[in-house]
Design a binder for this molecule. Structure first.
Ligand code: IPM
Ligand code: MG
Length: 352
């Protein structure tokens, strides 16, 4: 089969890791007789530099017109001026919104060979297999009003945390559906003791939970959840939560996997184009050195194969190649090893 995949390498280490992921996808295409047609576009700081906009209408249209989008990372000190009228991150948010990808799946698994790479005690890490589902197109990131002004001679800024019931419902429903094929447990995370939007979130999750009699549902306040992620991470199965809570909890959860460089993500909507990106950022401190870990992006490509192209066998082949390489002891710098980005990808390619 022929597929069109838009690559958005972005900024910092983005181009380095996307390049290796595209090689891995090509290796899969060769082995399983597919053709992946890549079209590369600018998004983020590089797009501000070239077009004066972090996401142009043309790039968004090209993304919508493909089977899937693979993104590296955006941002960097060059574009960090708080007074700038556009920022790389705005492009990313506009892309998520534009593609309607409300569900961000961030699986966190601990490879047995990486248990010692995490600062947590090994006995806590046994059996950790969490799927964090972060709401991605609502909440604090997008709520209006969002602005800054001078009021009575004082600087004033506001962000708004808002949700409609249908926005909560569609992601919580997906959490229940995905829990069916797992350990059948959903933990809904909110701050219902303080926030009105969280009380709506909890009520909605509870109502839906009645439709899913086989799935265990519990609720945790986000502060408690952040503690349990460290004290008892193996107790979680599927976690579903608001956009910003999910952003924070997944950086925390990445520590379980030994390195943030390991973690992939998939962003999905009702139908349409999926967006796939590693959860790490642009890492300006190591950009251009060729030492970034490509695994987060390569595993994101596996999710792309699974969720957008419906190529489950191919997705598993790629995941198994990564597993085998980690088991063999291959390590990039983030995991204390000597391999470059390209050498790590070479190892993975050998296992495809
Ligand atoms: C992430 C990142 C982004 C986010 C930034 C770069 C806007 O931290 O994907 O987790 O906050 O969503
Ligand atoms: Mg984040």
């Amino acid at each position: 089969m022929d597929y069109k995949i838009t690559l958005l390498p972005g900024d910092g280490i983005g181009p380095e890791v996307v390049n290796e992921a595209a090689r891995a996808l090509n290796a899969i295409a060769d082995k399983y007789d597919h053709a992946f047609n890549f079209q590369e576009r600018l998004m983020g700081g590089c797009s501000i530099d070239k077009y004066g906009s972090s996401l142009t209408d043309e790039t968004l249209a090209d993304c919508k017109d493909s089977d899937a989008v693979l993104l590296g990372a955006v941002g960097g000190p060059k574009w960090d001026d708080p007074n700038a009228k556009d920022r790389p991150e705005r492009g990313l948010l506009a892309l998520r919104k534009g593609l309607g990808v409300f569900a961000n799946l961030r699986p966190v698994k601990v490879h047995p060979a990486l248990i010692d790479s995490s600062p947590l005690k090994p006995e806590k890490l046994k059996g950790v297999d969490i799927l964090v589902m972060r709401e991605l197109t609502g909440g604090l990131y997008f709520g209006q009003p969002k602005m800054r002004e001078t009021r009575n001679g004082k600087q004033y800024a506001v962000d708004t945390l808002e949700y409609y019931d249908y926005e909560i419902e569609r992601i919580v429903r997906l959490a229940f559906d995905l829990a069916k094929g797992r350990k059948q447990k959903v933990t809904s995370v909110d701050k219902a003791n303080v926030l009105e939007s969280s009380r709506l979130w909890r009520q909605t999750a509870t109502r839906l939970g009645k439709e899913y009699a086989d799935i265990e549902l519990d609720h945790l306040l986000v502060d408690t959840a952040s503690m349990k992620l460290i004290t008892a991470p193996a107790a979680f199965d599927v976690i579903v939560t608001e956009n910003m809570f999910g952003d924070i909890l997944t950086d925390e959860a990445s520590v379980l996997a030994g390195s943030m460089g390991m973690l992939p993500s998939a962003s999905l909507g009702e139908a349409g184009v999926g967006l796939f990106e590693p959860i790490h950022g642009s890492a300006p401190d190591i950009a251009g050195k060729g030492i970034a870990n490509p695994i987060g992006t390569i595993l994101s490509s596996a999710m792309l194969l699974r969720y957008s192209l419906k190529l489950e066998l191919e997705a598993q082949a790629l995941e198994q190649a990564v597993d085998a390489v980690i088991a063999s002891g291959a390590r990039t710098a983030d995991l204390g090893g000597p391999l470059t980005t390209q050498q790590m990808a070479d190892e993975i390619l050998k296992h495809i």
